[in-house]
Design a protein around this ligand. Sequence first.
Ligand SMILES: [Zn+2]
Length: 286
Amino acid sequence: MPELPEVETMRRIVERELTGRRLSSIDLRLPKLLRGSPLPTLDSLLGRTVTGARRRAKVLVIDWSDGLSLLAHFKLAGQLAVVWPDGRRAVAGHPIPDPGGPYPHKATHLLLGFDDGSTLYHSDLRQFGWLRLMETAAVGAALAAFGFGPEGVGPGAITAEHLGNRLARRRIPVKQALLDQGVVAGLGNIYVDEALHRAGIHPARPANGVVGGELLRLHEAIGWALERGIEQGGATIVHQRAYPRDGFPAVHGRQGEPCMVCGGPIVKTRVGGRGTYFCPGCQPVP
Ligand SMILES: [Zn+2]
């Protein structure tokens, strides 16, 4: 968290609310956020205008006038908030800081002020995320260096055949294989649990054993889970507890609660070192 749907929600907020806005102030309170950045400070962004926002896997790319781009990875706990002087706001990502509370929060590390009085607050409770400022011409190579697989949803999304080829080479648990960003880019812990539940596949089953009709169900379920997440602006998980809206998330963060399909209790286990939620009724051990 944030995973693909949360980062896509951030992208939409930046594109909708900040495109055409000129940057008038920068307050970077945690310089290490810029580690590994080709340009070592953000100063050259002053006076530039946001021209758009893109996303590849869980990396957000904010494009600026005159050929600069800011890449952001939010890792475990990143959050973006745009707040206007009248208090109106748009928030996506980790649920801390409280989206309805005061900004900046003690976990807010970057404040960008714009010419319409709006402020972009970048917060990161865990400080694992990063920012990299570079020339727009360098973005393609920078993204390619991550070795991301195809996206799970949208234009160029992974096909069932491609997914099958990638799983067939792996004997590790299917959950672990799906978390590999080289298999499906942007999928993370929440949405893998949701996709496996919808497809009726136990998370610890070997990846190369998911074939035929099960593979087709899993492929459909990955796209479904990501689209559901994007539709509702990301999932709300606080202290490992989900707050489902319209039945989503159905398993992740719902240990001991009834399965929305069969009514049995949701179980939490560990697969590949990650906390994993599933329904033993819907996802039997073969
Ligand atoms: Zn169930």
